[in-house]
Design a protein around this ligand. Structure first.
Ligand code: NAP
Length: 258
């Protein structure tokens, strides 16, 4: 049996098992994807056990996407540049780190016809998700990318790498009013505070997918489902060597989200 899963803490809620287990069934693969709530003190030991149990790999989520890097043997060039990992493969007994969040985010931009060139973008949050998103945004030619975070030093560290602008959370209101795209890369539901003051025709992109989303006439709202499905599909391909149907994964989510 092919085994994989996701490690996080507290890992209160995840749709990943639905996505991966649907893909296993659909492709007739004898596989199973398991959510694992692992406190930091047990992280290394759990990874050691997964290796013994011959897991193909696992996803790693908040709060470990950056912290895990020091335990890995090798990173893909993308994960290296981003400085965060969400997918780990056991390869010849070695731990290999990849970042499929970046791929998932970029696919979601295409799927939703979001243009980045010549646009001004604000990202709120400076954790693992932000790192992958900023990497993708900087492949294009936006006018400006602002990064705001509760802990300003983390935003500064990411902004410095790409020559973007870190801003204090205290200054964020003024920026929200003028930018073309606002991306929420925190786990907090910020819609109430952001959407009413955004300019007409702007885009609000939320990396989250479990909130009740606003309906707004003056802006476009995108949630994190598309990014989630595409990053999962890419991780699945890395572990199994097979390409799952993104459509079937999306359908499975729709059923549980009704
Ligand atoms: P993370 O590495 O733990 O970072 C969390 C970020 O949110 C940090 O910048 C943190 O600020 C900020 N934050 C947390 N609580 C806050 C609060 N109460 N007030 C203000 N800021 C707060 O997590 P992550 O991996 O970046 O994930 C962030 C969100 O993106 C999560 O909700 C996750 O589900 C979502 N996500 C979605 C996808 C997808 O495929 N759709 C993929 C990845 C992540 P500090 O630095 O000050 O602590």
């Amino acid at each position: 049996m092919l085994l994989c899963g996701v490690i996080g803490y507290p890992l209160n809620f995840t749709y990943s098992p639905i996505l991966h287990n649907t893909a296993f069934r659909n492709l007739n693969i004898d596989g199973y994807y398991i959510p694992m709530r692992v406190p930091e003190k047990d992280l290394v030991e759990v990874i050691r056990l997964l290796k013994i149990l011959k897991f193909s790999g696992f996803n790693i989520t908040s709060p470990y996407k950056v912290k895990i890097i020091k335990f890995l043997d090798k990173l893909s060039p993308t994960a290296e540049k981003i400085g965060a990992v969400n997918t780990i493969l056991f390869k010849k007994n070695k731990l290999f780190g990849e970042n499929t969040d970046a791929y998932g985010f970029e696919q979601s931009l295409c799927e939703n016809n979001i243009e980045i060139n010549d646009k001004s973008v604000l990202i709120i949050g400076a954790g693992g998700a932000c790192r992958a998103i900023v990497y993708v945004l900087n492949k294009y030619k936006p006018v400006v990318i602002y990064i705001a975070n509760r802990t300003l030093t983390k935003a500064e560290e990411i902004a410095r790498k790409y020559n973007n602008e870190a801003i204090s959370i205290r200054d964020v209101r003024g920026i929200i009013k003028k930018v073309d795209i606002v991306i929420n890369a925190t786990p907090i539901d910020l819609q109430q505070r952001i959407i009413p003051i955004m300019k007409n025709g702007a885009v609000y992109y939320d990396t989250n997918y479990c909130y009740r989303y606003f309906k707004a006439k003056h802006i476009k709202i995108i949630n994190g489902i598309s990014m989630l499905v595409h990053q999962a599909a890419r991780s699945f391909s890395l572990w199994t060597g097979r390409n799952p149907s993104v459509g079937i994964m999306q359908e499975a989510l729709k059923e549980v989200m009704l």
